[in-house]
Write a protein that binds this ligand. Sequence first.
Ligand SMILES: NC(=O)CC(=O)C(=O)O
Length: 282
Amino acid sequence: MTVFKLALVQLAVGAQKAANLANARAKVLEAAQAGAQLVVLPECFNSPYGTQYFSDYAEEINTENMSESIAALSSMARDSQVYLVGGSIPERDHKTQQLFNTCTIWSPQGTLLAKHRKIHLFDIDFPGKIVFKESEVLSAGDSITEFTTPWGKFGVAICYDIRFPELAMIAARRGCIGMLYPGAFNMTTGPLHWELLLRARAVDNQIFAAVCSPARDETASYHAWGHSTIVDPHARVLATTDEKQSIVYADLDTDLLDSARRSVPIYSQRRFDVYPDIAAKK
Ligand SMILES: NC(=O)CC(=O)C(=O)O
């Protein structure tokens, strides 16, 4: 049996970048103190979420010459000795000047393990409720991201990416034991889809899945749903929360992957003679 502790830091994010970074550091250290070995921060954790903010808060991701948020992430991973999925920040590509919504993933030594640029931009028009167009300012990433821990491989994707089941399916069939999603759903799509999508990604692939939101700020232009949640390979909710700042913890037992797959053996029952295996290497 291998059990490890996952923590989701549902962070209160405001307009002051330095305060957001200090708060994130304090909460990651608190999670580590409580025994967490893998910690996730939310989407857009250094900046308020909104297209009007991305350019001002954007940073280059350069490990040779670290900017404010990148240095903060590296040192919080190192000082707390955890694997850290660093939520996301608005990233400015120094060559093209394009902006991306990007998650960086850090080892307990503070080294950069991987980087995920949000692949599916959040462009929606929900009549009478919410219009949001990330593509007005952001460019989309074009690669699938995974990283390795002592407990197994994890896939990483950001928020709207969760609506595209292919990413989790590919990650799971390539051996990932879980999907981690920094996210920031809102007061319209949160109640409708947040938990449903997370549990769907888990049960379709018999993996762990977790989504980490910022806390809700009623004074902000975008009201995050909150409700950061961790589910197991049977899609049971292991831990969740409300809309306030908090840390969500769960002990993940990797034996559950095999037992779920033995009980409901979809891994050996797939019919790739009838439909294609989208995870097959070309
Ligand atoms: N913020 C997002 O990227 C996605 C979201 O809020 C939704 O899919 O709903």
